[in-house]
Write a protein that binds this ligand. Structure first.
Ligand SMILES: [Zn+2]
Length: 399
């Protein structure tokens, strides 16, 4: 028997990528050979045609922002283009109904513009209406932006290729417990392991001091929220993405900063100081230290609802809530899971959730790859696996 083969045949016309994108998405959802599979070589990698994911959507937003002049472009316009690339694309995009002509509506003069939401499908569909050269250049600009986003995420160790990585982005992973079930199969036994991990993403004050010790004064700052929530201020450390090369770059208002919070560590979104200053004020190290330590300690046991609102609806009814907490617990099923797949499906049958593959590296270099399991289903899974296991072994590790 043979696995099905597919051959992608498309022209270079950018607008036609839409059809490839739809087919790629469908094939991926059917489990066809795609990204994340080591056997998939670059040319067979379908993910290059599937743009409808979080990176694709971010790239589209940034591309349209650059075209509208709302945002500093992540990627410069094509150097060999004769004329004003963004302006020409803007006019053409308005012409084909991809963008509304905000200029003529006079809205650009007002301070806040509603976001123009353009879906990936609409983008790929509408660009077919652009002249061929502009169409290909715009698509190229979009994929260049996407490449820039992906390489940024890879550099930060946060690139998600369908697998969630923990332990490589600065967070600390500790193994707490492993339950091993020896499951009998046709020709012997195979282990199924249910691991419990703690992932710590917070940043202690001593880690902050170590971080800023290596930085120039102009490249970092502390900010504290102007308002109080449940009697608490929030604090963050911002660190310039690019160190200041001169006095001039230091003052630049579009300089981007990484944002660190005591409880959740490095934030996904980078910020400009002007945006931060709307809700926060710059403080000195001494003032930041008190709030930082307070938040860091509190979020070891308190969830964000309790800390910022005074109570948590989830905890009140006796469930577990880890929102905003420094430490999160992950349950990961690894080993010979195929042999117990029927049991997994049986236990999880009432649950709607996407199977998430998770890859962890603990602080003592243990590497585990497996399936993420929701907390509420851990005990039922243990019960179900124990029924058929020849042997069940609990191993506890120090927390
Ligand atoms: Zn909560």
């Amino acid at each position: 028997m043979n696995a099905p083969e597919y051959v992608f045949l498309i022209t270079n016309l950018a607008g036609e990528r839409r059809f490839a994108s739809i087919v790629a998405k469908r094939l991926e959802s059917l489990g066809a050979l795609t990204h994340g599979d080591r056997r998939a070589t670059e040319t067979r990698d379908l993910s290059q045609f599937n743009f409808d994911n979080k990176y694709g959507r971010e790239a589209l937003q940034l591309t349209l922002n650059a075209v509208k002049g709302d945002d500093f472009p992540l990627v410069p316009p094509p150097a060999d283009y004769q004329g004003d690339f963004f302006k020409d694309v803007y006019n053409a995009a308005v012409g084909i109904g991809l963008l509304k002509d905000i200029e003529n509506m006079g809205l650009r003069l007002t301070f806040h513009l509603p976001k123009q939401n353009v879906s990936m499908a609409k983008f790929l569909n509408r660009i077919l209406g652009l002249p061929v050269d502009l169409q290909n250049r715009l698509f190229r600009y979009f994929t260049d932006t996407l490449d820039a986003i992906i390489s940024r995420e890879k550099r930060l160790g946060r690139y998600d290729a369908g697998i969630q990585d923990l332990g490589t982005g600065g967070e600390v992973v500790k193994r707490i417990r492993t339950v091993t079930f020896m499951q009998k199969h046709a020709i012997g036994t195979a282990p199924v392991e249910l691991h419990t991990f703690h992932v710590e993403r917070g940043i202690s004050w001593s880690q902050v001091l170590a971080k800023i010790a290596k930085l120039a004064k102009s490249d970092y700052a502390f900010y504290v929220s102007r308002s109080l929530l449940n009697n608490h201020h929030s604090v963050r450390l911002v660190v310039a993405v690019e160190p200041a090369a001169s006095k001039e770059t230091e003052r630049k208002s579009d300089r981007l900063f990484f944002v660190y919070k005591p409880n959740t560590g490095l934030q996904f979104k980078k910020e400009r100081l002007a945006d931060l200053e709307m809700m926060n004020r710059k403080v000195g190290v001494e003032e930041a230290e008190v709030i930082w330590k307070n938040m860091f300690d509190a979020f070891l046991n308190t969830c964000a609802h309790e800390y910022w609102k005074g109570s948590c609806a989830t905890r009140k009814v006796g469930f577990h809530c880890e929102v905003g907490m420094t430490r999160r617990t992950y349950y990961v099923l690894a080993g010979s899971v195929l042999g117990v797949w029927g049991k997994i499906e049986e236990v999880l049958k009432n649950l709607y959730f996407r199977m998430q593959v998770i890859r962890l590296k603990t602080e003592d270099n243990l590497k585990v790859i497996g399936l993420f399991m929701p907390r509420n289903y851990v005990e039922p899974l243990i019960e179900a696996f124990s029924e058929s296991a020849e042997d069940v072994n609990y191993a506890h590790f120090i927390a």
